[in-house]
Design a protein around this ligand. Structure first.
Ligand code: ATP
Ligand code: MG
Length: 303
């Protein structure tokens, strides 16, 4: 992609992602409509797909520089209710990037080894290396979501009883904020996505999973059970976002009833994050340039 094209695309991406960015505690979930598609209608879908393809290619270029420069790491965190489209968003947005520069981890119910450690541990050991984009499909944020909605999970965490008080969720939010500040100060750029699907759209997608043989495998009876706790989850999400959205590690609350729109916004936010870094290819020293010229001469002289 030429420089001018890239610059225009970056400008567009910033504009697109901005309305969904949350950086402080003034956030309210009810202000975000899961069906929102800004000024775009479903007729714009083909154009959105084209823009996404261009965005994906730009992201690949930026990632190439990130990798070559080997200074920054980027951590993209995805959280959502079931069937909100996390997997699809990750698949589409990252489809163009070099797999060597990308690391994806999914966090499900913790193992007994996980439970033998503090709650951040299992995610800490999966943090992206410098030069890489790390993706967390679910994350330590489950610790104030599913664990908050189901107190029996907290009981299973083997914490000393005196540490489990009514302040525990505030304390976890505070610890997460400190952890993310620490990472940011070490060159890890963090962007967090909550794909916000409506309860009605989730029902539609579950039914599709039940009716379409190719989607049957995605269905889990437990998903229906969790759906029963919808309001508790929404409260936990709102509180979590309000308490952990910061300028340096913002949340993006992305409307998720239309998959094409979700993916465009996620791609736009990822582009915004990488383009904010002023990435460039490392310049080669004079000595190295001399070496290169000598190598070229030798190669040309070689029969
Ligand atoms: P997904 O639902 O993300 O598409 P999946 O269906 O492949 O993934 P599941 O087997 O549903 O995977 O595992 C994810 C489940 O693990 C979620 O219900 C999530 O809430 C739960 N989980 C994640 N972290 C924790 C945690 N720390 N404690 C308890 N449960 C957790
Ligand atoms: Mg699941």
């Amino acid at each position: 992609m030429n420089k001018r094209g890239a610059k225009d695309l970056i400008k567009m991406a910033r504009k697109l992602a901005k309305p969904f960015r949350v950086t402080d505690d003034s956030f309210r979930l009810k202000d975000i409509d899961p069906g929102d598609t800004l000024e775009f209608t479903s007729e714009d879908k083909p154009r959105a797909k084209e823009a996404l393809a261009m965005g994906v290619s730009l992201l690949a270029d930026l990632q190439d520089m990130l990798y070559a420069q080997d200074r920054w790491a980027v951590l993209l965190i995805f959280q959502a209710m079931d069937a909100a489209g996390k997997d699809g968003a990750i698949k589409h947005v990252m489809s163009g990037v070099n797999p060597q520069g990308c690391q994806v981890f999914s966090f499900k119910a913790p193992s007994s080894a996980d439970l033998d450690h503090d709650f951040l541990w299992r995610c800490m050991i999966c943090l992206p290396e410098r030069g890489r984009i790390g993706i967390f499909n679910r994350s330590y944020y489950e610790e104030t979501l599913v664990v908050r909605v189901h107190p029996e999970f907290l009981q299973g965490q083997k914490l000393p009883a005196e540490l489990v008080t009514k302040n525990i969720w505030d304390e976890r939010h505070q610890d997460i904020r400190s952890f993310e500040r620490y990472l940011t100060r070490n060159g890890v750029v963090i962007r967090k996505f909550f794909l916000h699907v409506s309860k009605g759209e989730q029902k539609k997608r579950f039914l599709e999973r039940l009716e379409n043989p190719e989607k049957n495998w995605k269905f889990s009876a437990n998903d229906i059970k969790e759906r029963g706790f919808w309001n508790d989850y929404m409260k936990a999400y709102e509180d979590m976002i309000r308490n952990t959205a910061t300028k340096r590690a913002p949340w993006y609350v992305v409307p998720a009833d239309n998959k094409w729109f979700t993916r465009v916004v996620v791609a736009a936010a990822a582009i915004e994050a990488l383009s904010s870094l002023d990435l460039e290819y490392p310049t080669v020293s004079d000595a190295k340039l001399k070496d290169l010229a000598a190598a070229k001469r030798a190669l040309l002289a070689d029969k």
